[in-house]
Design a protein around this ligand. Structure first.
Ligand SMILES: O=C(O)c1ccccc1NCC(=O)[C@H](O)[C@H](O)COP(=O)(O)O
Length: 204
């Protein structure tokens, strides 16, 4: 769990100014914009730039990528002005070195049960379901899962109803959610965003 007060909360797959404002006002630590193609949550660099511009400095803006060429990731990250880059494919460690830039946070998303954070040079590790953004939980509650040392985010099928149990079962430093705060696939629910952040903040 995050040192200090409460778990780090990232709300992912935001597409509208209103949803961004709701997440920020409710106390999100990070907001994510999908810059990978082929998702109902995909937005372009210009759209992400507009949304990121609404976000205060204390909240991390993250571009989400999957299996894209390095040059495309770099270009979209620069054009959108996001301060974090989250990679969801099988990108090699070299990607992280090439994407390292002043003030930029690198997030490595994986479905593997990694035992150490930072192996690829990432700032934050995210352990997710094999099908990211699907809303399907994985077996984080099982005895086979050994949480890594360090700061890592838990993702995959989280919701206001299960976030407390998930953090207590895994000891995750932070959480990341997309589907669990949507009223239909790709469409966020302000009420669920608020409920998720409230539930996560209540974890001590
Ligand atoms: O959201 C997508 O459609 C997506 C597409 C390609 C790569 C990543 C994607 N999403 C990542 C996330 O939203 C989160 O990191 C995480 O997987 C949470 O997903 P969910 O299970 O829907 O809460």
């Amino acid at each position: 769990m995050s040192d200090g007060k409460s778990v780090f909360v990232k709300i992912c797959g935001l597409k509208t100014p209103h949803d961004v404002d709701v997440a920020v006002e409710a106390g999100a630590d990070a907001v994510g914009f999908v810059l990978a193609p082929g998702s109902p949550r995909t937005i372009g660099a210009a759209g992400a730039r507009e949304l990121a511009a609404r976000v205060p400095d204390g909240v991390l803006t993250v571009g989400v990528f999957r299996g894209q060429p390095l040059e495309e990731v770099r270009r979209l990250a620069e054009e959108s002005g996001v301060r974090g880059v989250q990679l969801h494919g099988d990108e090699p460690a070299e990607y992280y070195a090439h994407l390292r830039a002043p003030g930029r946070a690198l997030l490595r998303a994986t479905a593997e049960h990694v035992t150490r954070c930072g192996e690829y040079g990432e700032d934050l590790l995210l352990i997710d379901a094999p099908d990211p953004g699907s809303g399907k939980p994985w077996n984080w509650g099982s005895a086979q899962f050994k949480a890594p040392d360090g700061r890592w985010l838990l993702a995959g099928g989280l919701s206001p109803a299960n976030v407390r149990e998930a953090v207590s079962a895994t000891g995750a430093w932070g959480v990341d959610v997309s589907s669990g705060v949507e009223r239909e696939r790709g469409v966020k629910s302000p009420e669920l965003i608020r409920a998720f952040i409230e539930a996560a903040r209540a974890i001590v």
